[in-house]
Design a protein around this ligand. Structure first.
Ligand SMILES: *Cc1c(COP(=O)(O)O)cnc(C)c1O
Length: 343
């Protein structure tokens, strides 16, 4: 079926490249009877706005304009890629950005902002950092308070949920599913499976819905980096339900197509272990690809482990969607100390 998209603000450089990972395949897949591994370079969607969130923001910002909004309010962790992309996209579109951040003091070196947070400030975003407990218990109120703050000043704010994942942001990865299936067709294969990191679920939701709508047998697996399988199965269905309602879509989404692997979260969201740092170094050294310790490093590590265990033995072609996150490497610089040999 052909998908009818709503208005979109052009921010990303699309299509992003689809590339083979020859050395990874040769060393970590072929010996285990695994598939050819490919990578969809959504880390190249843009330079500073890089990653998956800019695809969602193309639809979110177009909607903000339709609603006459001049301010974007969103939320996330202190090193949120989504908040950084929102801050930059707002600047480019002549809008204000207000970021509600969950404090993570251990990732900041003194009071000097690092990584994504540094870029937030450079982009002119207004930043409010809340302690974890207050953030978790009062997030809806914090959105309301800041929205009325802007309203009282004669502005109009659009509130964007965590990760831009809802029935609006899902369009970004519906479109990516279409783009990616076309990339593969052009190269001459049908992907058996797409793999991505799942944090707020919107990327996986869009890819899963997209593959079904486009009549592809391709399965989609999200490697969870935060919550468990039950959470994502619920969240993805909720995003699709919102999308169907808001855009009067009658499409019968098959929730059995939702595949979540929650075995590689490790100690928790944003916390990596030695093997994750090592996998990031491996990908950089073998393929010249930079993964991150919060999302893509964990998902890629999970993928390689599962290939090694024969989990993907029936697949011929697997595409890892690189969702970005490069700025998250630097605040965790201390974790990489064992990744290279001296002399
Ligand atoms: C946000 C993010 C993800 C997860 O995407 P969701 O749509 O929130 O599940 C994956 N990788 C990176 C680098 C991200 O910033």
């Amino acid at each position: 079926m052909s998908i009818q998209y709503p208005a979109r603000e052009h921010l990303a450089n699309l299509p992003t490249p689809l590339q083979p990972l020859h050395k990874i395949t040769e060393l970590y897949s072929t010996p285990f009877g695994g598939p050819q591994v490919w990578i969809k370079r959504d880390d190249l969607t843009e330079s500073a706005m890089s990653g998956n969130k800019v695809r969602k923001l193309e639809y979110i910002i177009a909607e903000a304009k339709v609603r006459g909004c001049n301010t974007l309010i969103t939320c996330g962790g202190e090193q949120s890629n989504h908040c950084r992309a929102t801050a930059l996209a707002a600047a480019k579109c002549g809008m204000k950005a207000h970021l509600i951040l969950r404090g993570a003091a251990e990732l900041t070196s003194g009071n000097i902002p690092d990584g994504n947070l540094l870029v937030d400030y450079l982009a002119g975003a207004r930043v409010s950092v809340y302690p974890l407990r207050e953030y978790v218990s009062r997030l809806p109120e914090l959105f309301e308070e800041w929205a009325s703050f802007y309203q009282n000043q004669g502005n109009r704010a659009l509130c964007i949920p965590t990760g831009g994942s809802d029935g609006l942001g899902i369009w970004g990865y519906l479109q990516c599913a279409e783009e990616l299936l076309e990339d593969c067709r052009r190269v001459g294969f049908q992907p058996d499976r797409l793999v991505c990191a799942s944090g707020s679920g919107g990327t996986q939701a869009g890819l899963t819905l997209g593959c079904q709508m486009l009549g592809a047998d391709t399965g989609v697996t999200g490697y969870a980096v935060s919550d468990n399988e039950a959470y994502f199965i619920d969240k993805i269905q909720e995003d699709v339900r919102q999308w169907a309602e808001a855009y009067a879509q009658e499409f019968p989404f098959d929730s059995r197509r939702i595949h979540v692997n929650d075995k590689y979260i490790g100690p928790g969201y944003g916390i990596a272990t030695e093997e994750i740092y090592q996998t990031i170094a491996l990908a950089a050294q073998l393929e010249g690809i930079l993964l991150d310790p919060v999302y893509t490093g964990k998902a890629f590590h999970g993928l390689l482990k599962d290939i090694e265990q024969g989990h993907y033995a029936g697949c011929r072609h697997i595409v890892f969607v690189h969702t970005g996150g490069q700025f998250g490497v630097f605040p965790q610089r201390a974790g990489f100390s064992a990744c290279w040999a001296d002399g």
